[in-house]
Design a protein around this ligand. Structure first.
Ligand code: GLN
Length: 200
């Protein structure tokens, strides 16, 4: 099974390495051609305004939305989660993010404030599968200038929280995490995305 990693900016190499460790063939995605035959796509962390703009410039923006509509799974980590959100808030007076708007969530960028821009913790993650039920496990989570998912709409299921904050949401084949599993040794979220892509 091939899973793409959007290779525009951000933590691309880390995701590619994690997929390899899971026995999944990673594909670096720079053009719409690269999307052909992919079961899923990871949109990594980075700078959401930049990634959004470059998606448009590289002709990937509409193509990703179209393929998502035809069943391609997408996982966005941090900036990637922002790009999946239908609503991005707290942007007054700043450069607006051109988000793909595929997930029924509202997200606020850089919402943890400066003093706690980045931190590492452990969270309970619910590995939910339509055909597998739900299994909850503790995993390490790295937050880097992370956004907050401030509301979750219909069809979207909360998979993990850190305290009161929602940090992982699943909607059909779309997964958003505000943290970075690719910056840890724990493969479980990558394996989970592999299962989503495989329809398990
Ligand atoms: N702060 C970044 C943004 O708003 C996201 C940070 C990240 O992806 N680690 O786009």
């Amino acid at each position: 099974m091939k899973i793409g990693v959007l290779d525009i900016q951000g933590s691309v190499e880390e995701h590619i390495l994690m997929l390899k460790k899971c026995g999944i063939e990673p594909v670096s995605v720079k053009t719409s051609e690269d999307l052909k035959g992919l079961k899923g796509l990871i949109i990594p962390g980075g700078e959401s305004t930049t990634i959004g703009k470059l998606l448009k410039r590289f002709g990937l923006f509409d193509e990703i939305i179209e393929r998502a509509g035809k069943g391609m799974a997408i996982w966005g980590t941090c900036a990637g989660a922002i790009l999946l959100a239908k609503n991005v808030v707290g942007e007054e007076g700043k450069i607006a993010v051109e988000s793909l708007g595929l997930m029924n969530i509202c997200i606020e960028r850089n919402a943890y404030g400066r003093q706690v821009d980045s931190f590492e913790t452990e969270i309970e993650f619910c590995f939910f599968g339509k055909n597998r039920g739900a299994k909850t496990r503790k995993i390490p989570a790295v937050f880097i200038r992370a956004p907050k998912i401030v509301s979750v709409g219909s069809g979207a299921k909360v998979l993990a929280r850190d305290g009161a904050e929602v940090v992982a949401v699943l909607q059909g084949k779309f997964l958003a995490t505000t943290f970075h599993p690719e910056m840890t040794d724990d493969l479980s979220v990558h394996q989970f995305f592999g299962a989503i892509c495989g329809g398990i």
